[in-house]
Design a protein around this ligand. Sequence first.
Ligand code: HEC
Length: 106
Amino acid sequence: MKSIIVSMVAAAGLMVAGSALAVDMPDLAKKNSCVACHAIDKKLVGPAWQAVADKYKGDASAKDKLSAKILKGGSGNWGTMPMPANPKIGDADRAALVDFILGLAK
Ligand code: HEC
């Protein structure tokens, strides 16, 4: 009986640790359908956001560039596939998305 309790506690601990480590897409990204083309750590239609963060690491103008890209869309930085424009996402939400993406840099 004691060992069952111990292993249950251990399993619960593992589950907590697992969810703390895995970064999930934020609600803003789900709500605005970014998840249709982007994932944190793998390329879908668009680049992995982890890769975006690494590419712009140390770039002081990255926030402005990425915010403009989300607003206006465009292609050429990752390939010929264009990113769609998102005129309906407000400034604050765009800034939050950019902060999240750049925060993924290792
Ligand atoms: C229809 C697919 C699609 C959707 C939806 C989409 N993206 Fe993209 N995204 C792309 C593609 C393709 C690229 C690569 C563009 C390029 O090569 O410059 C990209 C590039 C990016 C980049 C890197 C820009 C750069 O110039 O390096 C960011 C940041 C980004 N997307 C954020 C978002 C956010 C935030 C959303 C949701 C509001 C979103 N994307 C929705 C396809 C998409």
